[in-house]
Design a protein around this ligand. Structure first.
Ligand code: C5P
Length: 285
């Protein structure tokens, strides 16, 4: 095998509870991840140069060592003394720095893709350990599951056996939000903290959409809004248009709505066509 092509999907956070700040500077989280149909495509191909070359159709994606896919490939090539080179081609559809973990998903796709291309024989548990070294959101994408509970920094994954398929509209303002900056603005209020995961999960399992919409929650919302107070309008616009609920994903600025059905999602999306070109109908993958 000289090359392979893999799909690299985005995620949403249906719940993102921040439980506290840790001595290592990260925050302790409890989150429900949902894998969604919006995806990048990654092709890995051997080359003889001995170097890692990245190409991407999106101008804002770094093609050097800052890119998590480069770091993923370097980790494996170093540990397994791989001397041949690698071309990584990324076709980007997932908005960048948007709370959708596109870069983390790409890194996970490269870890599992190289495990096959280079025939490394790594178990999924070993790949998960590499993932945690690259970033908090990488591990989720190594599990073949639509939904998972994430704890720790977000890197401890428990797949959830939930069959419900959700329809969303996803809107991403053309503004990047940097995760460290959003976490730095978080004012932790840990008294009377609701357990949003356990509130939402029974509704998700049953596919009970109206209470599910009411249970969407993201503790980073005040921090996101402290950077861009105007983004509250996105949530309001969804609700005014008849969405069941709306919530920021991750550290923002993407906002997703929960729709009743695919046609409902398509009609909600139409409300955003003029001003927000990064608006799409997505579903659980
Ligand atoms: O793990 P990752 O590199 O994606 O995290 C980026 C930044 O986001 C961290 O350096 C930290 O500032 C913040 N973060 C956090 N707590 C988490 C995850 C991320 O504070 N659980």
């Amino acid at each position: 095998m000289d090359s392979l092509t893999v799909r690299s999907p985005a995620k949403l956070n249906l719940v993102l509870d921040v439980l506290g700040k840790r001595p290592d500077g990260y925050h302790e989280l409890r989150t429900i991840f949902e894998r969604i149909s919006l995806s990048d495509q990654i092709t890995l191909a051997r080359n003889r140069s001995g170097k890692i070359h990245i190409r991407c159709n999106h101008p804002h994606v770094p093609c050097g060592p800052q890119n998590l896919v480069y770091q993923a490939a370097k980790l494996l090539s170093g540990d397994f003394s791989i001397s041949e080179g690698l071309n990584i081609n990324i076709i980007k559809n997932i908005p960048v720095a948007a709370g959708l973990a596109g870069g983390s998903s790409n890194a996970a796709a490269v870890l599992s893709g190289l495990n096959r291309l280079w025939q490394l024989g790594l178990s999924n548990a070993q790949l998960v350990k590499y993932a945690a070294r690259l970033g908090s959101d990488v591990a989720f994408f190594l599990y073949n599951t639509a939904y998972a509970l994430g704890t720790g920094r977000g890197e401890i994954i428990k797949p959830l056996n939930v069959k419900t398929k959700l329809w969303h509209v996803l809107v991403t303002p053309r503004v990047k939000m940097h995760t460290p900056e959003v976490f730095a603005r978080l004012k932790l209020n840990l008294t009377n903290k609701r357990d949003n995961v356990n509130i939402l999960l029974p509704f998700l399992r049953k596919g009970d959409l109206v209470p599910l919409a009411g249970a969407l929650a993201n503790d980073l919302e005040p921090a996101i809004l402290s950077l861009r107070p105007d983004f509250i309008k996105l949530k309001k616009k969804f609700i005014d248009a008849g969405a069941l609920g709306a919530c920021f994903s991750g550290s923002g600025p993407s906002v997703f709505a929960l729709a009743e059905s695919q046609p409902h999602a398509v009609s909600l999306r139409a409300q955003f066509d003029r001003r927000y070109t990064q608006a799409s109908v997505v579903s659980t993958l």
